[in-house]
Design a protein around this ligand. Structure first.
Ligand code: NAI
Ligand code: MG
Length: 495
């Protein structure tokens, strides 16, 4: 079926080859469009992690360290080409494994993964220190050195794209890596790993150990030779990682969840805002399973009812719920059964809290004909809560599904107060024609990203990350490179 994955079962990627989990345990990975297992992935443990860390440590001290910066740049460009050559295969694996519509994987994720390698190739040979005059007879120069072995732990919603931002920066800086994909969607990362070696990276520079978070992930976090953890996932897991990495004093970078406000003023271009609000809510694409989802839709009271009607009309015409592998699908399933149950639970909770379902609230088979093969898939119809209040749990807690709370506001001050009244601070959107208002919101919104008259734009050259409980440290952009380096200052005494 594919040249990157063997049929039926795939192993870890350690030291340039496939390695079976030492304990012989595997997990079934589910195709969420059908609700059926399609491949087995390793349930790795601390021993497997130790083998990967040892390989990464050896590679770091060996040929990789000897390679000049331009050599790293060349290898990153070579892997960008390999990924582009295998883009269709990788997109198919990603879609089958986590339910991302293939159209989105083809047009968005895969091109960006290979472009990110090119971007980081461009950065690898432009790492410069400073020369600092201390006195006329002594001076200092600085070196930005890699940390060593870094652990990259990624989630299931966009495994390849999230991984690429981290791995590109880590390799450009000269580190070696141990990657831990999510147990619910490991296949695409296990599939892409050999492309690094095929592009010429020395064995052990890129390693993948799959397995459960509390087992394999925890072992990466605790391993004394792992010098940094970059993690994307939930705030709760980030807190555990913080505690458990403390004895090793490891630098951490966290890109966590959000409950991002998308604010629509009456003076906005409402046609664009309608599409934007639907994009923000991720009624298309990832079915709301994205950290930047504009899951709180703040609408000015004078247009509240009319605007919600517009969204309903747009969603009816634009959203085509279906198999992730069908090119005409615009919204796929929830990635796995437990997350499907979580989304269901929150929709029920919103009802109990007194919000009204404006549209949606249909699950699984309710979305398809009785004999459809998709009836066992984890589908949730796009769902909008009318009359939500910001203090409801559905407005405060991350749902990670196609569920948006529409909250009315009266004026700018109230919009800002509601927008910032959240423990999170990842992203935000503002729809207005008023330039002064736009600038004020850019300044006063407590979030790592503010989109004015757009939403969910992400680019590898732009730093990405959160405020407050949405984390710290940045992925993407040159700024993120520093997170994978340590500065050495060298003193020269000339007097
Ligand atoms: P999670 O944060 O537990 O999992 C993310 C990654 O961390 C996975 O690779 C997992 O195996 C690993 N992990 C889990 N426990 C670990 C531990 N103790 N040590 C090291 N690694 C560990 O998130 P989960 O359970 O998959 O999803 C729960 C909720 O988290 C979602 O419903 C959503 O609200 C949020 N989330 C946010 C994401 C984002 O993009 N910021 C991505 C995925 C989930
Ligand atoms: Mg799966």
């Amino acid at each position: 079926m594919t040249t990157l994955l063997p049929n039926g079962r795939v192993d870890h990627w350690i030291d340039g080859r496939r390695v079976a989990p030492r304990a012989g345990q595997y997990l079934a990975s589910i195709d969420p469009s059908l609700g059926t297992p399609w491949i087995e992935v390793p349930a790795g443990d601390a021993e497997d992690v130790a083998a990967a860390v040892a390989a990464a440590k050896k590679a770091f001290a060996g040929p990789w360290r000897a390679l000049p910066a331009m050599g790293r740049a060349g290898l990153l460009r070579a892997v960008a080409r390999k990924i582009a050559e295998h883009a269709e295969e990788l997109a198919t694996i990603e879609s089958r494994d986590n339910g991302k519509p293939i159209a989105e994987a083809r047009a968005g994720d895969l091109p960006s993964v290979s472009e990110m390698m090119n971007y980081w190739a461009g950065a690898a040979d432009k790492i410069h220190g400073e020369t600092i005059e201390v006195s006329k007879t002594s001076f200092n120069f600085t070196l930005h050195e890699p940390l060593g072995v870094v652990g990259l732990i990624v989630p299931w919603n966009s495994p390849l794209a999230i991984l690429a931002a981290k791995v590109g920066a880590a390799l450009a800086a000269g580190n070696t890596v141990v990657l831990k994909p999510a147990e619910q969607a490991s296949a695409s990362i296990l599939a892409i790993a050999p492309l690094f070696d095929a592009a010429g990276f020395p064995p052990g520079v890129v390693n993948v150990v799959a397995g459960l978070g509390e087992v394999a992930g925890d072992a990466v976090v605790r391993h004394p030779d792992v010098r940094k953890i970059s993690f994307t996932g939930s705030t709760a897991t980030a807190r555990k990682i913080t505690e458990r990495s403390a004895p090793g004093l490891k630098p951490l970078a966290f890109e966590l969840g959000g409950k991002s406000p998308n604010i629509v003023f009456a003076d906005a271009d409402l046609d664009k805002a309608t599409i934007g609000a639907s994009t923000a809510a991720v009624f298309t694409g990832g079915a709301g399973q994205t950290c930047v989802a504009g899951s709180r839709l703040l609408v000015q009271d004078t247009i509240y009812d009319a605007f919600l009607e517009r969204i309903e009309k747009h969603v009816k015409q634009a959203v085509r719920l279906g198999s992730a592998l069908d090119a005409s699908t615009t919204m796929g399933p929830i990635a796995f059964a437990e997350q499907f149950e979580k989304v269901k639970h929150y929709i029920e909770l919103g009802r109990k809290e007194g919000a009204e379902i404006a549209f949606g609230g249909r699950f699984g088979p309710e979305n398809f004909a009785a004999d459809s093969p998709l009836a066992k898939g984890y589908f949730v119809a796009p769902t909008l809560f009318r009359g939500a209040r910001n203090d409801m749990r559905v407005s405060q807690e991350e749902i990670f599904g196609p569920v948006t709370c529409a909250i009315p506001f009266h004026d700018d001050d109230e919009a800002l107060a509601i927008a910032n009244d959240t423990t999170y601070g990842l992203a935000s959107g503002v729809w207005t024609q008023n330039l002064g208002r736009a600038h004020r919101f850019v300044r006063d919104l407590q979030a790592g990203a503010v989109w004015i008259n757009s939403y969910r734009r992400i680019h590898w050259a732009v730093p990405f990350g959160g405020y407050k409980d949405s984390g710290y440290g940045r992925d993407s952009g040159l700024e993120s490179l520093r997170g994978y380096q340590q500065t050495k200052s060298a003193w020269l005494e000339l007097g």
